[in-house]
Write a protein that binds this ligand. Sequence first.
Ligand SMILES: Cc1ncc(COP(=O)(O)O)c(C=O)c1O
Length: 376
Amino acid sequence: MPHIHPKTTPIYQTSVFAFEDLNALELYFSEPGQSYMYTRYGNPNADELAQEVNKLEKGIGAVVTSSGMSAILAAILAVCKAGDHVLYAEEIYGGSSSLLVQELTRMGLDVSAVPTADTYNLQAHVKPNTCMMLAETMSNPLLLVLDIKQLAQQTKQHNLKLVIDNTFASPILTQPLLLGADIVIHSVTKYLSGHSDVTAGVVVSAQPEDLKRVKQVMMVYGLNLSPFESWLAARGLKTLRVRMRQHCSNALTVARYLAQHPKVEKVWYPGLEQHPQHELAREQGQGLFGGMLSFKIKDDTAAVNALMQALEHIPFAPSLAGVTTSLSYPVGTSHRSLSEAQRQKIGITAGVIRLSVGIEEPEELLADLEQALAAV
Ligand SMILES: Cc1ncc(COP(=O)(O)O)c(C=O)c1O
């Protein structure tokens, strides 16, 4: 074979690696990270993705996983054990609260939600066995912006690990570990991979002992990401910075347009001056406000359906952060597992639509929204 120097990393689509002899096996165990044995434990494509995300998040190391959900699971299992108590912000992705409330309670975890009003005053919620708190930089779906520094002061005071889901913001806006978080997780499915063609997750740590535990959990629970998915995500990640700039610029344009539309009752976007955490969002997001927004038309599913049916270029697709714009419906998808009362309390009502603004020419988006809102 001639010497081959590919410019990009090849796909190591193999489940296992061969050893020359027992000496090579011993070398593998004595120099971790220098060679590979079994893809569930480690693979060059997964490691490349982990290293690139780690650089962006300014961690001491990262582990990639098969989905955002398995990243959250790995983070929780890394720092908590049966009998411990976990706090989570009331306003988070419905899948994350389901994992805690419906599943991990069966395994002996005690969990409770922190009401939004108490986010920076955990005293009344912390118990002697509380081990961690889970919250999102920008909440799904109503874009509540978390003051990570202030929350980290609280969690440090109570000796809890702070786990931040940075999926909506991306490290281009916010690097939670630099603000005091202990662990960052992402649904890599979203902005980091960016093209709606991968399901993946990542856990980034600030401390070596957490990283070691996350690796152990990933390997033993079998939460690894496949080589091809890792490769796709690493490929998408290369354009994250330029994509995010366009997502943010387009989202601001669309948010301003929707905010003045007579059929739109409310817009949640941190880039609008009227957003309650606008200044915090500016500071914590380096002047960028993200590509996600939610808006509310009248609380009537027939009106929501009319809008969806009239849109020509914006599909109803219950995910987010792809290069093309899509919308989702929190009552029916991401927050379906919540009770009606829980949704009402947060403000997720029948007319709330979540928009993931893509990187198209903004005029195309405004034209599509204009003609579809006319049909409502
Ligand atoms: C904020 C947030 N975190 C985590 C997840 C879960 O990620 P995945 O679908 O990749 O498992 C999602 C999915 O929508 C999400 O929106």
